[in-house]
Ligand binder design. Structure first.
Ligand code: F6R
Length: 241
């Protein structure tokens, strides 16, 4: 696991951009695994800027996202499909048909889980971007999710719903369930890039980097992957020193 500690979120986004560009430029038809939430927003801004200024092209890139809320779709500005269009896809030249997210509104969610895992198996991620939850979750794989899990439906922990309530009008509006790539699907990526900032992530970052590998902290499994780059700010790294 390679760890890069940055002074601030600006530098964090810049370092993460270099990791992403290394993949995209070396393999113009790469499959990039993407995440939502606050952590990747700075990186996405930089990808858009770089695409416009330096002409980096995503025309042949395919993307797969980690997760989606059950019950939400593109018409909801809280959905992850909306978030991705708004924060990244509309600003780069990726083809809409090459972008993939689990469908939170599928009529049969069990079938949707199967479909998404089959899709991931047919196009393994050259890089998977991850944020980390304060409880150590990756994707929406909450503590005690089996390491061999594939795409599944998860009941969100109360703390996760509270953490994400900032994006909704009230806590009651935060969905109770999500569909997420499993930990095995994440570990199948050739390279993994984790971004985390802020003191509220310090404990999870410590457990991910230095803690025991245990299903109590899903991110700790990343210690077993052979190509992980963690880009954090000082606050998120503070307990690792
Ligand atoms: C998002 C996701 C989550 C977040 C994590 C951190 O697609 O799968 O694991 O990465 O909850 O969220 P933020 O970045 O909002 O602190």
């Amino acid at each position: 696991m390679k760890v890069i500690v940055t002074k601030n979120t600006e530098e964090l986004a810049e370092q993460a951009l270099q990791v992403m560009l290394d993949v995209v430029k070396n393999k113009p038809n790469a499959v990039i695994g993407l995440a939502t939430g606050s952590s990747p927003v700075g990186l996405y801004k930089k990808m858009i800027e770089d695409c416009k200024i330096n002409g980096t092209s995503y025309a042949n890139i395919k993307s797969v996202n980690l997760d989606e809320y059950v019950g939400l779709g593109i018409e909801s500005d809280q959905s992850y499909v909306y978030f991705m269009n708004d924060n990244l896809f509309k600003g780069i030249d990726i083809k809409q048909e090459n972008t993939n997210l689990p469908n939170g509104k599928a009529a049969d969610m069990a079938k949707e889980c199967e479909r998404y895992t089959a899709l991931l198996n047919s196009m393994p991620q050259d890089i998977q971007l991850l944020g980390i939850g304060a409880n150590g979750h990756i994707g929406f794989n909450e503590p005690n999710t089996p390491f061999d899990s594939t795409t599944h439906i998860v009941e969100l922990e109360e703390g996760t719903r509270r953490d994400n309530a900032r994006f909704f009008a009230s806590l009651d509006e935060v969905p109770t369930h999500a569909i997420t790539m499993g930990i095995a699907n994440i570990m199948n990526a050739k390279k993994i890039l984790v971004v985390a900032n802020g003191a509220n992530k310090a404990k999870a970052v410590y457990q991910m980097i230095k803690g025991e590998v245990s299903e109590n902290c899903p991110a700790s499994i990343l210690q077993k992957h052979n190509d992980v780059i963690v880009v954090v700010d000082e606050a998120a790294y503070s307990l690792c020193k």
